[in-house]
Design a protein around this ligand. Structure first.
Ligand code: BGC
Length: 802
């Protein structure tokens, strides 16, 4: 009896233990529901999960870049540098793991132009180079969503095969002002272009089973004082201009994550703004993923949790503590924390690391280089081509290459958007690869000059943030230009500019404007070559807009090559030789003067008196002073301003030449009256002698009733396939009620006003080829939105007629 009792008790104990073991086994992410997992987590564990595992991060060495080196003034002490050695060295950060319930860390790495990780590792003979794809500005200039998607696929495959889970890109901030140091990472001055190109990129990357983080949400349009800048902007401008690209990307691609920005919007830090990251993002747009801070973004961690900024990056123990304490003190509802944990776990469950994907560390870099090369040729913009100077005829064999960047090409910008590529093709290499001979004497001179310049410059990390240093240039004497013109068949003159994270560019010579040596070089070289009936072509190797109107009449042709990634030299040579017919068009206006940009008066903002001591030099971009910028131009950004206020640009939005010509005809609307949807078709015919592609743009002019309207807004675009001479293609665009609507802040709704609309189909914003009217009988309230982000002060916004 006694023995059987002991036996029975033993059986009960063992089975209880095995039920426990089984329960524990079942209480694993992927097996149990996310709610069950969250219920099984302690408060400390939950708080840890919403904070990145940054405490394992290390400061970058002097040879690596300091991506994400920013932290808010009140950020806790400790390593806040966006680089981790854990899991994938050189990635920007990782999340918290909790093996007890099967939660792995996932890896987050930059950035928009390709994956950014360390190319080499200690005690490891292998290399981990990634493909440097063209920068965002170039990608948008392709106006080709299919191509952007293909680039995204290639990039996403590198993310997957190098063991990374989420790519910290693309960058969607709007080109409000030409001097923003990070414009190269961003797409356009037009939110429709931004949204469509970003959605294509996100869909491409995520087709590989990895995530993206569309950034920096939102209105992060300057780098000066980026951690402290309060952006004061009207709700209408926010909705129509600064948020619209994000909305399109969220609704057309559902990115896994969104990265909130450093700046404040109307008085609240973006990651602490419930209006921004919950009301707008989740309630208005139905975003399903999670939101993370930018590295060190915001100041108040419980407020971030409450707002719905799910993950705080790169993470620090004191942030965990602050969250735990806030919950214990009743200042933060644990339900908010639970919600954020759930949002993060939903995505972790989709990640390659959770699925234990066996990554190869061997993506197909060769194939991806070809994709980068092709993409770059599609987004380079032929600004000018007098007397068909380009493509170079067969008789051009010997080229004299002037300008620093002919020899040291700029493949992309600096900071976290930089990529560690295995090689880059300079312009002279590209020319040689295409069969041209490059003048060796000139090459030797430039190499010596560039070596001398470099000797005076800091290397490594410090250099990463030197993007907007005014460029020097070798002076070209008339005698040198003449002798080059005698021995060469054509001249190339490159003008290079670089910029990047943490600093804005300046409206000075050597930056936005060309310096005297550069202007002189263009003049002297062009004159010498023209005297011998030879052509001189300027190549702009820039990440953003530069002044062109004072010198553009001089050279025979101008090719805006942007920063085309590691194959830039080959891509430029493909265009110069005519192997590829350029089809890129500007997605951003080139103004005559900097002051012609409507935000010039207020960019980059005013510094406010601060109790904190000013910080000097390199540190200033990490700290910054309290500052405010008021978006007085309202919705009149880019061509919306230039066209409405009749301010002639140097090169307008949508401009870009081809080696052939296109004729537009037969514009048809499905109905003269709008009843919910309208289909627009137009015929585009190649009437020239070379095969080519054309980007047709659909602008809409809407009636101004209660709200003022820009004279035109882009509502559609399409790129033809490669059309042979004489060939045509019919392009189709669809307008829905959203395309007709503007944001009426008074009723917090998108409203399409009754009246007469005009569809304008153009080769650019100033080259409208076909137009047709339609009417809307009754005003429509297209969508009601949450009342969010109202400014606390009156903004005197620009309006036509005021
Ligand atoms: C940048 C982000 C980047 C992050 C991680 C920040 O400084 O603003 O764009 O993704 O660092 O490197």
């Amino acid at each position: 009896m006694k023995i059987s009792l002991i036996f029975a008790l033993a059986v009960i104990c063992i089975s209880a233990m095995s039920i426990d073991a089984q329960n524990a086994q079942n209480l694993q992410l992927g097996k149990a529901s996310i709610k069950q997992i969250v219920a099984a987590m302690t408060l400390e564990e939950k708080a840890s999960l919403v904070v990145g595992k940054g405490r394992t991060t290390v400061a970058p060495s002097s040879t690596s870049s300091a991506s994400g080196a920013a932290s808010a003034p009140a950020a806790p002490a400790g390593p806040m540098i966006g680089q981790t050695q854990a899991l994938v060295p050189g990635a920007a950060g990782i999340t918290f793991d909790l093996p007890r319930v099967g939660i792995p860390s996932i890896v987050l790495a930059d950035g928009p132009a390709g994956l950014r990780i360390s190319p080499t590792r200690n005690d490891d003979p292998n290399t981990y180079y990634c493909t440097a794809f063209p920068v965002g500005t170039l990608m948008a200039s392709t106006w080709d969503a299919e191509l952007v998607n293909k680039v995204g696929q290639a990039m996403g495959n590198e993310v997957l095969e190098y063991g990374v889970d989420i790519l910290l890109g693309p960058g969607l901030n709007l080109h409000r002002n030409p001097l923003c140091g990070r414009n190269f990472e961003y797409y356009s001055e037009d939110p429709y272009v931004v949204g469509k190109i970003a959605a294509a990129m996100v869909n491409g990357v995520e087709s590989q089973g990895v995530g993206t983080s569309i950034k920096h949400f939102a209105a992060n349009n300057a780098e000066t004082n980026r951690n402290t800048l309060d952006t004061v902007v009207s709700v209408r401008a926010l909705r129509e201009i600064y948020l619209e690209g994000f909305r399109i990307a969220v609704q057309e691609a559902q990115p896994w994550t969104v990265m909130s920005s450093y700046n404040l919007i109307n008085g609240t830090y973006a990651p602490e703004s419930y209006d921004l990251v919950t009301n707008i993002l989740r309630k208005d747009w139905d975003f399903k993923g999670f939101v993370m801070t930018d590295w060190g973004g915001g100041r108040n961690w419980p407020a971030e949790v409450r707002a719905g900024n799910d993950l705080i990056m790169p993470g620090n123990p004191s942030q965990i503590q602050a969250i735990v304490e806030a919950v214990k003190a009743g200042k933060l509802d644990v339900k908010d924390l639970d919600r954020n944990v759930e949002n993060i776990l939903n995505i972790v469950r989709m990640s390659p690391r959770f699925k234990e994907y066996k990554y190869s560390n061997k993506p197909d870099l060769k194939a991806n280089a070809q994709i980068a090369r092709q993409a770059a040729t599609e987004g380079m913009v032929l600004l000018k081509n007098s007397n068909s100077a380009l493509p170079f005829p067969e008789t051009v064999k010997k080229i004299a290459a002037f300008g620093n960047t002919s020899y040291e090409i700029i493949t992309g910008g600096t900071g976290s958007g930089d990529v560690n590529e295995a090689y880059s093709i300079s312009l002279v290499e590209g020319l040689r690869n295409t069969g041209y001979t490059v003048n060796e004497n000139l090459k030797t001179m430039y190499e010596a000059y560039l070596k001398a310049i470099k000797e005076g410059r800091p290397a490594g990390r410090q250099r990463m943030f030197m993007g907007s240093e005014p460029a020097g240039e070798l002076g070209i004497a008339a005698s040198l230009a003449n002798s080059m013109a005698t021995v060469s068949d054509a001249a190339i003159i490159t003008i290079g500019r670089n910029s990047g994270e943490g600093r804005d560019r300046k409206d000075i010579e050597g930056d936005f404007r060309l310096n005297a040596a550069e202007k002189d070089m263009i003049k002297t070289v062009t004159e010498a070559f023209r005297a011998k009936e030879k052509k001189a072509v300027v190549i702009l190797n820039v990440g953003g807009v530069v002044e062109t109107s004072s010198w553009k009449d001089i050279p025979d042709a101008i090719l805006l090559a942007w920063q085309g990634g590691q194959e830039t030299g080959n891509s430029i040579a493909d265009i110069l030789s005519g192997k590829v017919n350029p089809s890129g068009k500007l997605a951003t206006t080139f103004p005559v003067r900097y002051e012609d940009n409507p935000s010039a008066k207020t960019f980059p903002g005013k510094e406010l008196p601060s109790a904190e001591p000013a910080t000097e030099g390199q540190q200033s971009f990490m700290r910054g002073k309290p500052a405010v910028v008021v978006y007085e131009e309202g919705i009149y950004v880019g061509y919306r301003y230039h066209e409405t206020f009749k301010v002639l640009p140097s090169y307008e939005f949508g401009h870009g030449l081809s080696y052939t010509h296109f004729e537009y005809s037969n514009l048809k609307l499905s109905s003269p009256e709008f009843t919910g949807k309208l289909t627009v078709t137009v015929n585009v015919k190649n009437t020239g002698k070379a095969a080519g592609k054309e980007v047709a743009q659909l602008y809409l002019s809407a009636p101004a009733a209660k709200l003022d309207k820009p004279v035109m807004e882009l509502k559609g675009f399409a790129k033809t396939r490669l059309l042979q001479p004489g060939e045509s293609q019919s392009l189709q665009f669809v307008l829905d009620s959203r395309s007709l609507a503007s944001f009426d802040t008074e009723i917090s709704s998108w409203v399409a006003d009754a009246g007469s609309y005009t569809v304008k189909i153009g080769a650019s914003s100033r080259d409208i080829r076909q137009s047709a009217p339609f009417t809307l009988a009754k005003s429509l309230v297209v969508k009601k939105e949450t009342v969010s982000l109202a400014p606390k002060v009156q903004i005197n916004e620009l309006r036509p007629g005021l």
